[in-house]
Design a protein around this ligand. Structure first.
Ligand code: SF4
Ligand code: SF4
Length: 89
């Protein structure tokens, strides 16, 4: 499901609790990467909290997937590095 790029959704984003979220992203007030696409900041992928995010549930980014798809998606989250949900890079 496409995630609309709205302030309301940005407010729900939990990226700023994530260890991958860095100072460059803070400075640029970035977030909602699943809708807005990847950051231009350099990132070092650590964890990704997207699967725990209310936006993930609301827009069913993972809940309807089977186990194998979830495993694949888990490896392919990091929307901040790989671009918005539903896109391949
Ligand atoms: S997209 Fe995932 S990895 Fe990137 S900052 Fe958000 S929760 Fe962390
Ligand atoms: S799914 Fe990830 S990128 Fe999208 S709003 Fe939630 S924490 Fe942010």
């Amino acid at each position: 499901m496409i995630v609309p790029d709205t302030k309301e959704n940005h407010d729900k984003c939990i990226c700023n609790d994530c260890s991958t979220y860095n100072q460059c992203m803070v400075d640029n007030q970035e977030g909602l990467f699943c809708a807005r696409g990847n950051t231009l900041c350099e990132i070092e992928e650590d964890e990704c909290l997207c699967v725990q995010c209310p936006i993930d549930k609301e827009y069913k980014l993972t809940v309807r997937l089977d186990l194998m798809e979830k495993m694949i998606l888990k490896m392919n989250q990091f929307y901040c590095g790989k671009g918005p949900a539903g896109s391949k890079k």
